[in-house]
Design a protein around this ligand. Structure first.
Ligand code: PHE
Length: 436
């Protein structure tokens, strides 16, 4: 029999754990910093509560209706060539997890560097990520933790661990936010965060907000189909989806409120890009009273956030192999995890020994990031929404209310999102993404 979440909040916890990750704490604040602050945040929130919410429910409904992982879900709801979109999801896990685990390894390394007190030294980050031996070691530790949780199963691994880790994350985040907001000068950061300047909004801003929304909610590759397949039919779907979207955006905003005011309080540059977390923040912590302990806690929180997302990536592959080939969980999760570890090695070396090895002008790391974010996730999300809106609608719509029965009044609005608006918007991101 298929495994189900142990508790009524099982799906919310696991799905929020998947959604909340490096995308919220590392990527969101620098994207907001680079794209004009509040205006970006408002557009992002508008997108996540309309489009993100609709795609999330589409995946959840497919999973729960079919009680299968992505490929079989498409097959049992319709068949034909549709399972290809499930395969794209499985493939996407092999593209995201290798580089995600490398960054997860960096965050682990930075816990250690913060304890040693060397995280803020000039050039420390560059030196660290170009040290192949060290980054591969941390990547291996991060991957081993991921495999450990997934191999323990849906209830005793994913649900149990995510509950603990997500709670830890929220506590740490609130603690850090309070500390930072008490810093003199933090108001400037808060102002930047809350006063939108719409004159800075361009097509690029919207485009950036849209791809960030998919990545951040873990949409387009079947994570939510897989997690949805472990749901029983008692509850209506929309409430759980709203919780996940709400928690994901709350963490992004709180992370922004930790990082941007701190950056402003010390007169640093909010537009530092991807290095904002690893270079600018250690600088902030070094200048702040009690900074060492807060630095350690921050990187611990980042590692925890990354871990609850990486397990969802490995789970997609594990569940697929279990369902399709009746393989057992333990060897499958270990085997798939090892393969992803190997694929991560060239990603880890992309900043050192293999920095000059490029394909289409990108290092291995950049190529995996590009392929997943700009091509595979949007393609998967387009397939899923189109499928739900046009092909499997009559079956999937029955899922909304679950055992309660009936179809809610807003279902036609949801259909409009899935059938027309989402696929068109996604097509636009993809063309923009590939051209840009
Ligand atoms: N949502 C995760 C984050 O914000 C990343 C992720 C993407 C996880 C796709 C699973 C699938 O970091």
């Amino acid at each position: 029999m298929r495994a189900h979440w142990r508790t009524r909040t099982g799906f919310i916890i696991a799905a929020a754990g998947s959604a909340v990750g490096l995308g919220n704490i590392w990527r969101f604040p620098y994207m907001a910093g680079e794209n004009g602050g509040a205006a970006f945040i408002l557009i992002y929130l508008a997108l996540i509560f309309t489009l993100g919410f609709s795609v999330l429910m589409a995946e959840q409904a497919m999973g729960r209706a079919s009680q299968h992982s992505p490929v079989r879900a498409f097959r049992s709801l319709k068949g034909g060539f549709w399972p290809v979109f499930g395969m794209i999801g499985v493939l996407t896990a092999f593209v995201i997890l290798p580089f995600y685990s490398v960054v997860g390894g960096w965050t682990l390394g930075y816990i250690w560097k913060s304890i040693e007190g060397v995280a803020r030294e000039k050039g420390a980050f560059g030196a660290f990520i170009s040290d192949g031996g060290l980054t591969i070691l941390f990547h291996a530790i991060f991957m081993a933790m991921t495999i450990w949780i997934v191999h323990s199963g849906v209830r005793n691994g994913i649900e149990k661990w995510t509950r603990v880790l997500l709670t830890l994350l929220l506590v740490l985040l609130i603690l850090l936010a309070i500390r930072v907001l008490l810093l003199p000068g933090a108001e400037k950061g808060i102002e930047f965060f809350f006063s939108p300047d719409f004159s800075k909004v361009t097509e690029d801003t919207i485009h950036a907000a849209l791809s960030q929304a998919f990545f951040s909610l873990s949409l387009g590759m079947g994570v939510m189909i897989t997690y949805g397949s472990y749901m029983s039919r008692e509850k209506p779907l929309a409430g759980d989806a709203a919780w996940v979207v709400g928690l994901d955006s709350m963490v992004a905003i709180l992370a922004g409120l930790v990082i941007l005011p701190a950056v402003f309080a010390f007169g640093l540059d909010p537009k530092a890009g991807p290095s904002l977390t690893f270079i600018t923040l250690p600088e902030v912590f070094a200048q702040m009273p009690g900074g060492k302990i807060f630095g350690v806690l921050f990187f611990l929180m980042l590692t925890v956030a990354a871990l609850t997302s990486s397990i969802s990536l490995l789970e997609v592959v594990t569940a697929h192999l279990e369902d399709e080939y009746q393989l057992s969980r333990v060897p499958t999760s270990i085997g798939a995890g090892l393969l992803m570890f190997l694929l991560g090695i060239p990603c880890a070396l992309s900043f050192g020994a293999m920095a000059d090895v490029t394909l289409f002008g990108m290092t291995f790391f950049d190529l995996m990031d590009y392929l997943s974010g700009k091509i595979l996730l949007p393609l998967g999300a387009m397939g899923i929404t189109f499928f739900v809106g046009w092909v499997a609608w009559s079956r999937v719509v029955q899922e909304l209310n679950g055992e309660q029965g009936g179809i809610p009044g807003w279902a036609s609005l949801w259909r409009l999102m899935c059938a027309v608006i989402a696929p068109l918007l996604i097509l636009w991101i993809m063309f923009e993404g590939i051209a840009g």
